[in-house]
Design a protein around this ligand. Structure first.
Ligand SMILES: [Zn+2]
Length: 390
């Protein structure tokens, strides 16, 4: 089916209307299909009721104050092309196409087709935490609800997040990570194991949250070919913060010692959860970019490319057996093993689909993460570091 949506144009680096072929739609007015099931008018509330929740159904009943309804988009058909006839219809159609592209890329990289099939997308839901309105100017994968959230925009005045293909693909990257690394569980069991008291100063959860952001950016850039996708919507990131094309030793060279210091800093200053959230909000993206930039850097090595680097990343989630991230998460009693740069880097290297990609990953991880070839195991034996960080 041919449909007009908002699309990023690599030639102008801007967004404009473009007619595209949509392949997975099952119902046009509700924009429902294999890639997404949009839901409008929902109300999600997180409050004290969550303290009494012990099953996924109880969780859904507690947070979905209003479950919402199917979308009703309007189109004008002309010469076989469906043109959205109002702003919300254009926004929903563009979002659906964004999900379709993200899913097509994920399936091409070997993601299980059952993962995220017809995934719910809450479009412009009301979202409150106690009485606070948090339902604006954001997009998210909400793993406990196994759903995406696309919020209304108020202060953001550039390309709306729902229409930004890179943002949709980034969120889809989160969905892939949770589907594969902990089976999409609504309440993954590592939380209780790794955070018996609080998650403030534990390595595993902190590593997990920054990895998710970095990996999600890699999925977004690989899906769209746009290393600056975030700047179309979030002007504060328009500079070089998350631009994977740009290498800055100060921002992109890291070590286990610095990661451990980061956690110590948390333990000392962020026992209060609100300050932690305010600090960690931007910080997890900065640290995630260390990983994203390393993976993107590896893709520029001879005889490999970003698709093959993403093949390695995807394989590291669960398909490479005993060293996969899924296996580490399942078996790590404290989160300390998951909180090690060499654990994560070794899993990605083990997923490399060919020698050139393996060598590129060995070289870049030694360099960017201050790891020795020995620490990365036999797969990196004899491979020199890239040497950009020295
Ligand atoms: Zn994210």
């Amino acid at each position: 089916m041919k449909m007009a949506v908002l699309q990023w144009d690599p030639d102008t680096n801007g967004y404009g209307l473009e007619v595209v072929e949509v392949r997975t739609l099952e119902d046009l007015p509700s924009l429902r299909g294999e890639a997404a099931t949009p839901i409008v008018g929902a109300s999600i509330v997180l409050d004290g009721r969550l303290n009494y929740v012990s099953t996924e159904k109880q969780f859904r009943d507690a947070v979905l104050d209003d479950p919402g309804t199917a979308a009703k988009a309007q189109f004008l058909e002309k010469d076989g092309v469906y043109w959205p006839s109002d702003f919300q219809s254009l926004s929903l159609a563009s979002a659906y196409y964004g999900f379709e592209r993200a899913r097509a890329y994920a399936l091409a990289r070997g993601v299980d087709p059952e993962a995220l099939r017809g995934v719910p997308v809450y479009y412009f839901p009301s979202f409150r935490v106690n009485r606070d309105d948090r339902g604006k100017d954001n997009a998210a994968w909400y793993s406990s609800l196994r759903s995406f959230l696309l919020f209304r925009f108020e202060e953001l005045q550039s390309i709306p997040l729902a229409m930004n293909q890179g943002v949709i693909a980034h969120e889809y990257g989160h969905g892939i990570f949770t589907a594969e690394v902990h089976g999409g569980a609504w309440n993954p069991d590592y939380v209780d194991r790794w955070c018996p008291v609080s998650c403030v100063d534990t390595a595993g959860p902190i590593m997990l949250s920054l990895l998710e952001e970095g990996f999600a950016d890699v999925w977004a850039v690989a899906t769209t070919g746009d290393p600056r996708f975030i700047g179309h919507s979030l002007l504060e990131w328009e500079g070089r913060g998350r631009d994977l094309n740009y290498f800055d030793p100060k921002a992109h060279c890291w070590s286990q010692r610095e990661f451990d210091e980061e956690i110590g800093y948390f333990a000392r200053y962020f026992a209060g959860s609100r300050e932690k959230a305010e600090h960690w909000g931007p910080r997890k993206y900065e640290l995630g970019t260390v990983w994203a930039s390393a993976l993107y850097g590896a893709s520029k090595a001879p005889n490999t490319d970003l698709d093959r680097v993403v093949d390695a990343l995807r394989a590291s989630y669960r398909s490479i057996g005993p060293r996969s991230l899924a296996a580490v998460v399942a078996e790590d009693p404290t989160g300390d093993s998951f909180g090690r740069l060499d654990t994560i880097a070794s899993a990605i290297i083990a997923g490399a689909p060919d020698d050139a990609t393996r060598v590129a990953l060995c070289a870049v991880f030694q360099d960017r993460l201050s790891l020795t070839a020995d620490a990365l195991g036999a797969a990196c034996s004899g491979v020199p570091s890239n040497g950009q960080c020295r």
